[in-house]
Structures are given as structure tokens and as C-alpha cells.
Design a protein around this ligand. Structure first.
Ligand SMILES: [Zn+2]
Length: 328
């Protein structure tokens, strides 16, 4: 008899809000329309067979509650995203949802990518090991080309002794060879050894995706390489029941109408005589969206997949009961 798959529970967390001008994100936009949207965080609890205590992971940390802790260049950018709402942030949502889990109980924090509205306040999670896409520490220190100079990032955002970059994905190399991966320290690897075996992490094709990584080695949480938005951008495919997946899409798109095919990715002047989108590589971002669409379409009943992107305000309104301590 086939054994049941290992599943995880997921709870949404409010982790701040920001305001997006529609014209920068979707085609055929209302040029005046601005929408205040959440930057969602998710609590994922993984209970391995035989273990009494689940491994607790956060996916994305949203907005910092203290705007002063952003660099001056980040603050200048944030001024264009007002109103920005910093309360409740991820920490506050975790604490107010239920007393059963405190920030120090969080074992892992995975960031979909390190834009200002996803990095939150890492120092709140003093026991956690941080997992990020390959090249992220280089990106935080040195930036990545003219669209993303170093001053749009905090060099000391993540604790280097508690941060592990995933192995590099050769298929998504963006040509220049950088940002380059920083090898994790032995002490960082030792921290996660009780619940994760980084030695067996390998990117493999799975489902409709060319590069996936089985995080816990049991199929319950699959990291999906989703290049295009920012170097190191990753998504998570989580199995929450025998026949149900939740796909956490980060910033694969900022507006679910793009994933649905009702809107395209907006292009706008880059200030240097060309055009850009909100993605560092628009073509790669479009291909990543195609793979996600293909995956959702390939899931035949009774298997169901729910896709949740970080800034989907309509999803938040419809799903208030699924915020911590509720679950997806
Ligand atoms: Zn982003």
C-alpha cells in the first residue's frame, strides 16, 4: 500500500502593506490608479514522522516596521510606494495570532528574494537560519547592474553565520556569472542538520519546472527556481493534503490578473532611453509564469493547486480566516 505523503500546514501572516501604481505593473493600466496591497508572509510547519516538534519556517518577512533601518536610497524608493503600512509586521502578526509560537521558535526563514518589501526585520528571528537563492549575499553587498545598484540593498541585511544560500542553478545563469554564490559556513550547516540535509540538495526537473529542490527530502516542500524578477528569486510548492498543493509565488507577478492571462507585464521607461519592467529579466519572468500556469493546468482533479502571490490584496480579503492561527 502506498504511504501517505508528508504534508505541511501553512498559515498566512500580515507583514505590512505598500502602494503600487498600476501602470508600472500591468498592461492596459489605469494611469492614475494606485492600490495599497499586502506583502504577505507565511508560516509553514513541517512535522516529520517520529518527531514531536514541528520545524517552523517563515516564507518572506514583508516590510520592516522601522523605515529608518532602510538605506537612504531604499527610503527614497519607499517614498514612491506610499502609503506604506508597517503595523502589524510579521513579528507582531505571529505574536498576536497565537501564543503557541514566538519569534524565537522559528527555525528557518526563507526569502523569495531580497527586495525591501520582503526582507522584513531578520533580527527578530534570532534562532532562525536564513535560506536564500544562490548569489543573494553578493547581490546584497554589490548590487546587480544599473537597475539594482548596491545602495538599493542593505549589505548587512542577513546574519552571515546563519545564512545558507541554496546551490546555484546552472540553467538560470544570467550570463555575467554574478552575483556569485557564497558557500555556507560549517556552523550554518550544522544548525540545520537536525531537520535538513543540505548535502542531498540538488536541482532537478519536476512537474513542469526545469529546476526544483526537495527541501526536506520528503516531497512536502519543493523550492522552485523562478528566475526573472530578481537574482535568486524562488517560489515554494507545498503539499498541504493528499491532493492539495499551495504554490507560494512571491513576486513571480504582483497582480494575479497576469498569471490568469488577463493582463500582461507592463513596460515603462528605464530612465536611460530604454524600457524596463519591474523584473530584472522580463523574458525570464514571463517564462517562469508560463511554467506556473502549465503546472496549475496539469493538476487534474482531485489534485488541486492554489497559487498565492505576495501582493494579492483580493486573496487577503477573501481569506481572513486562513491567517495565523488559521491555515490554508
Ligand atoms: Zn520584488
Amino acid at each position: 500500500m502506498e504511504s501517505s505523503p508528508v504534508t505541511v500546514t501553512i498559515s498566512a501572516l500580515d507583514a505590512g502593506h505598500l502602494t503600487l501604481p498600476e501602470r508600472l505593473f500591468v498592461t492596459d493600466a489605469d494611469s492614475e490608479k494606485r492600490t495599497t496591497v499586502p506583502s504577505l508572509s507565511f508560516l509553514i510547519q513541517h512535522c516529520a514522522p517520529g518527531k514531536t516538534r514541528p520545524t517552523r519556517m517563515l516564507f518572506d518577512l514583508g516590510v520592516k516596521r522601522d523605515i529608518e533601518r532602510y538605506t537612504p536610497s531604499q527610503q527614497a524608493h519607499i517614498a514612491e510606494r506610499q502609503p506604506v503600512i508597517v503595523s502589524p509586521d510579521c513579528r507582531e502578526s505571529l505574536l498576536s495570532g497565537s501564543a503557541t509560537i514566538t519569534p524565537k521558535d522559528i527555525d528557518l526563514v526563507m526569502l523569495s528574494h531580497v527586495h525591501w518589501d520582503h526582507v522584513g526585520t531578520p533580527s527578530d528571528f534570532s534562532s532562525a537560519t536564513f535560506l536564500v537563492g544562490a548569489g543573494t549575499l553578493d547581490l546584497l553587498k554589490n548590487g546587480d547592474g544599473p537597475l539594482y545598484p548596491a545602495d538599493l540593498f542593505n549589505d548587512d541585511e542577513l546574519p552571515s553565520d546563519r545564512t545558507i544560500e541554496l546551490p546555484p542553478v546552472s540553467l538560470s545563469g544570467v550570463g555575467s556569472g554574478r552575483p556569485q554564490r557564497t558557500r555556507p559556513s560549517d556552523s550554518a550547516l550544522a544548525r540545520i542538520a537536525p531537520y535538513l540535509d543540505a548535502d542531498i540538495w540538488t536541482w532537478r526537473p519536476r512537474f513542469t519546472f526545469s529546476s526544483t529542490l526537495d527541501l526536506f527530502g520528503d516531497g512536502s516542500v519543493t523550492v522552485i527556481d523562478t528566475p526573472g524578477h530578481l537574482h535568486g528569486h524562488v517560489n515554494l510548492l507545498c503539499q498541504v493534503a493528499n491532493s492539495k498543493y499551495v504554490y507560494l509565488g512571491g513576486d513571480c507577478c504582483h497582480d494575479p490578473r497576469i498569471l490568469a492571462g488577463d493582463k500582461g507585464i507592463a513596460m515603462y521607461p528605464d530612465g536611460r532611453g530604454g524600457l524596463r519592467s519591474v523584473h530584472v529579466d522580463t523574458g525570464a519572468a514571463a517564462t517562469s509564469l508560463d511554467r506556473i500556469r502549465d503546472f496549475v493546468e496539469s493538476c487534474q482533479r482531485p489534485v488541486e493547486t492554489e497559487v498565492v502571490v505576495a501582493h494579492d490584496g483580493a486573496w487577503r480579503e477573501r481569506n481572513k480566516h486562513r491567517f495565523w492561527p488559521g491555515k490554508l
